[in-house]
Ligand binder design. Structure first.
Ligand code: SF4
Length: 279
């Protein structure tokens, strides 16, 4: 099972569809030692840690926590908008040296105006996003994938995103827009249109990850299905930990763990996690 560990609520972009998964109820309260305690304490429940945010590269703890996770034999993963990786290749090297195994970079468009419209970016941020992808591929090779969200704004750019994935030999993950009942309503397009644009036929469902998988010119395209929410979709294989110490699942259930984390009470922490995971 995977732990999506949110390190900060901050982000340097403001995507119109942001799910704000790192957003907690309280101000950030976990420090580096708290996260390390969690990493050391929960290995028996999780074999992967996926560092997220907000934007995880804005956290000063990231490099140290990757090291801690590797020392405890986790597979380590990071979800990022790639901007810091594009600004600073030395930083990419530090992530690699710390033991980061895999990076997912969000690429919402190959066109600057579309990117800016979807993310609220300006100036050189689009360039840094593109450069971040290149820097990551230079250092991590095929252990990089592109994440994108299918919207009315970027639907016609999807072919170019696929070509970019082909050029760099990386996989492509595609999400249907969520939050379609609020301000993103006018951007929503059903994922079936993505399949039509890409002319996708004969995919398979990966029961482990809930992804629907296709192959185009050797590139794997994974359409992210709503884990555990649909009738036929499998139970999700991940939970979140927020910076204010809540463990959460895709059904919106949550449990507050901060007291046990702050008091370094591993026994009580395990009791609560057992209860949350129904073990
Ligand atoms: S990059 Fe991610 S965390 Fe930042 S605003 Fe966009 S979706 Fe939200």
């Amino acid at each position: 099972m995977r732990l999506r560990m949110s390190l900060t609520q901050k982000c340097n972009l403001a995507c119109v569809f942001c799910s704000k998964e790192g957003l907690g109820k309280r101000e950030q309260t976990m420090d580096s030692e708290d996260y390390k305690f969690v990493i050391r304490s929960v290995r028996k429940y999780f074999d992967e840690i996926d560092f997220t945010g907000g934007e995880p590269t804005l956290s000063n703890y990231l490099v140290d926590l990757i090291k801690e996770a590797k020392d405890n034999n986790y597979f380590t993963w990071m979800d990022t908008n790639g901007i810091k990786l594009g600004k600073d290749i030395e930083y990419c090297k530090r992530l690699k040296e710390a033991g980061l195994d895999r990076i997912t970079i969000s690429v919402l468009a190959t066109d600057q105006q579309i990117y800016n419209d979807l993310t609220g970016a300006n100036g050189k941020l689009f360039y840094f996003n593109q450069q971040g992808l290149k820097n990551a591929v230079k250092l991590f090779g095929k252990n990089v994938d592109i994440n994108t969200v299918f919207t009315k704004k970027n639907s016609q750019d999807m072919i170019n995103i696929l070509k970019l994935a082909e050029k760099l030999s990386v996989d492509l993950r595609v999400l249907e827009l969520v939050g379609k009942y609020d301000k993103t309503n006018n951007l929503y397009v059903p994922i079936s249109e993505f399949k039509q644009i890409m002319n996708l036929n004969g995919g398979t469902i990966n029961k482990k990850t809930c992804d629907e998988e296709y192959f185009v010119n050797g590139i794997k395209i994974m359409i992210r299905l709503p884990a555990g929410l649909g009738e036929d979709t499998p139970e999700p294989d991940f939970v979140w930990l927020t910076p204010d110490g809540y463990i959460k699942n895709v059904r919106g259930e949550e449990l507050y763990l901060l007291d046990e984390i702050k008091s370094r009470n591993k026994q009580e922490l395990e009791k609560k996690i057992n209860k949350f995971l129904n073990l």
